[in-house]
Design a protein around this ligand. Structure first.
Ligand code: CTP
Length: 411
């Protein structure tokens, strides 16, 4: 189930030309089942009409601090009390300054003061205004108070200026929203998850390599699903064609040896490793320093040497929940069982290699000490959600965060 489903999200829209971009965000959150209340400042309404947000969220747009809601409590207090998250996007330099100063002279700033929900701010402004020491000091102060502030994107502004000040893409803001909601109430909150994805490139010479057809799609979907459940995710990705998820720590690697080094370092403090990468079993014994010329040769022999088995090399980490993948073209279950044993895994996800590598869908067979569960053919993002839920259920004692309310330590 989507982490945003049933959540009450207040979306504050302030006076920036980027205001039109968050219409898409309001729409996506609403379609995912969130209750989205949009607060617009007076300046925001000069850029986009309230009717746009009203139509997309199916709820009235709020802008009047003095309007009394049905429960009779003054609007700003009531709104903040019911919210799971306050998102301000785009946030102007002026709004950021007013929030930093603790002013409450309109519905948005008063709601921000009255709420105990997490706050996410996505600034958008002229690059000079963003870089100005006043704005930077205000941002630093808000961060210090626990507000999450996204870095604006670099690029062309509406006026002919290039710099850092563009509103991040709605997909990036949405990813941050999911991560924040997950960290507040997801079953993996407080947990560290390492996911590997993509393939590896084993260099032959400076321009050629041995690689495979992995797209990164499944591993990236797994990283996003773990993030949405509240985990801090380190995604170690080999070369891949898919778009990696936002709001995770992304480490890019090329070779199996690079991947092994990064995995060993990342799992030092992790609770769960999901090893989805298609790691090359062999690499050229030497990578030529210069581009190999064919000359008069009719044949070329490249000697390959064995790469380390990353999972097998960390089999001693019994405290870490370890999940592997087995993509096979034949004797799927036999090989998968053998890998589960040999690599000391808690679970292995068997799948048909030809059908799933590089594809949009995957049919997974989950194998662990308890038995075998076949899942239907699913789009990879859906399969990733199902996989994470199965992992959390099966290894609850080692992974699940304590029930909210029964926590004794601050997370
Ligand atoms: N794997 C690994 N290190 C390697 C190769 C694979 O950690 N050098 C991991 C993969 O990420 C996957 C699991 O081991 O989670 C199984 O990978 P697979 O390529 O199917 O198995 P291999 O061990 O390479 O076995 P075989 O070549 O016999 O299929």
């Amino acid at each position: 189930m989507s982490i945003v489903k049933g959540k009450h999200i207040i979306l504050g829209v302030t006076g920036s030309i980027a205001a039109y971009k968050v219409a898409e965000l309001a729409r996506n959150l609403t379609l995912d089942g969130a209750i989205v209340d949009v607060i617009m400042t007076a300046a925001a309404q000069r850029f986009v009409g309230a009717a746009t947000f009203q139509a997309l969220t199916g709820r009235p747009v709020l802008d009047d601090m003095w309007a009394l809601p049905e429960d009779g409590v003054v609007g700003h207090v009531s709104l903040g009390q019911h919210a799971d998250l306050l998102v301000i996007a785009p946030a102007t330099a002026n709004t950021i300054a007013r929030l930093a100063a603790g002013l409450c002279d309109d519905l948005l700033t008063t709601t921000a003061l009255a709420t105990s929900a997490p706050i996410l701010i996505a600034p958008a402004m002229n690059p000079h205004m963003y870089e100005h020491p006043a704005t930077q000091a205000n941002i630093a102060l808000l961060r210090q108070r626990g507000v999450t502030i996204l870095e604006p994107a670099y690029g062309r502004m509406a006026e002919p200026v290039i710099g850092r000040g563009r509103l991040p893409e709605p997909a990036i803001i949405e990813a941050e929203i999911r991560a924040l909601l997950g960290r507040t109430c997801g079953p993996l909150r407080g947990r560290r998850v390492v996911v590997t994805a993509g393939g590896t490139h084993e260099p032959i010479d400076p321009v050629r390599f041995i690689g495979n057809r992995a797209s990164g799609r499944m591993g990236y979907a797994i990283a996003a699903a773990a993030r949405d459940r509240g985990a801090s995710v380190t995604l170690i990705s080999g070369p891949a064609t898919a778009q990696p998820p936002a709001a995770v720590t992304l480490i890019r690697v090329e070779t199996a040896l690079d991947m092994q080094r990064e995995v060993v370092s990342a799992i030092a403090s992790a609770d769960l490793l999901i090893m989805n990468a298609a790691v090359a079993d062999f690499r050229p014994a030497t990578a030529s320093e210069h581009k190999i010329k064919k000359g008069d040769d009719e044949e070329l022999t490249i000697r390959l040497v064995r790469n380390p088995d990353i999972l097998a090399s960390i089999a001693h980490r019994r405290d870490l929940v370890k999940i592997g993948f087995a993509a096979e073209t034949h004797d799927l279950l036999t090989y998968a069982h053998e890998k589960l044993e040999r690599k000391g895994l808690d679970m292995i996800v068997a799948n048909e290699a030809v059908a799933s590598i590089g594809a949009e869908d995957i049919q997974m067979i989950l194998i662990d000490a308890q038995g075998v569960e076949r899942l239907p053919q699913l789009p990879k993002p859906v399969a990733a959600e199902r996989l994470l839920d199965a992992i959390i259920e099966r290894f609850a004692a080692r992974l699940r965060a304590p029930e909210i309310g029964s926590m004794t330590t601050e997370e």
